[in-house]
Design a protein. Structure first.
Length: 208
């Protein structure tokens, strides 16, 4: 009888110990993989698409205004070192090309305007903006050559990436609209009057 009682007592003790061990495992801290997933989810929750869209739009406006301000320093900050810029004629340019044109003052225009900007946020570190720009009486003057008329309407797509906490343009493409459609809210201008007002009149419109 004593032997049976002792066996029962030992069995109960092992059972209780097993439950305690299981409870400890359940309350153990998450593994590195679990912690990484938790941090990633937290980062997603903190992302503010509206704030990102506002920031990208402001940067586009700085780039747009550079024709009049000739502020190459401001544009230099928003352009990535490896940015690729595709111009309306299909040629491409670098950051150095863009800054050189801005500093030279080769582009002039009576007015320009960025219209219908739309920012698409891909994730916390990537976004792109699309829209159209209109140049009025725009000219691109190269040294020892006649000015080129760059007036008209353009559509653009600019891709931004956040690097080290700063948003920068990493790719840009501009296409001239051959036959712009008048806005429904604006009555068509009498022919042969020129259309609309103005765009992103920086060097991206220079080769139209």
């Amino acid at each position: 009888m004593k032997t049976n009682a002792l066996s029962v007592t030992l069995a109960l003790g092992l059972f209780v110990a097993g439950l305690a061990s299981f409870g400890c495992q359940q309350g153990a801290p998450p593994t590195n993989r679990e912690a990484t997933a938790t941090n990633a989810n937290a980062a997603k929750e903190k992302m503010d698409p509206a704030a990102i869209a506002s920031e990208i739009t402001k940067l586009e406006q700085v780039w747009n205004d550079s024709t009049k301000t000739h502020d190459a320093n401001a544009v230099s900050k928003l352009l990535a070192e490896d940015v690729t810029i595709t111009y309306p004629d299909g040629s491409t340019g670098t950051k150095a090309d863009e800054l050189r044109v801005i500093l030279s003052g080769a582009i002039t225009a009576d007015s320009w305007e960025m219209l219908e900007p739309k920012v698409t946020v891909v994730n916390a570190d990537a976004a792109f903006i699309t829209g159209r720009t209109v140049v009025k009486n725009g000219k691109y003057k190269q040294e020892n050559s006649k000015p080129i008329d760059i007036s008209g309407e353009y559509r653009f797509t600019d891709v931004y990436a956040r690097r080290n906490g700063t948003w920068q343009a990493v790719a840009s493409q501009t296409t001239k609209v051959a036959n712009p459609t008048p806005s429904p809210s604006t009555p068509p201008a009498p022919k042969p009057a020129a259309t609309s007002s103005s765009p992103k009149s920086h060097s991206r419109e220079r080769l139209s």
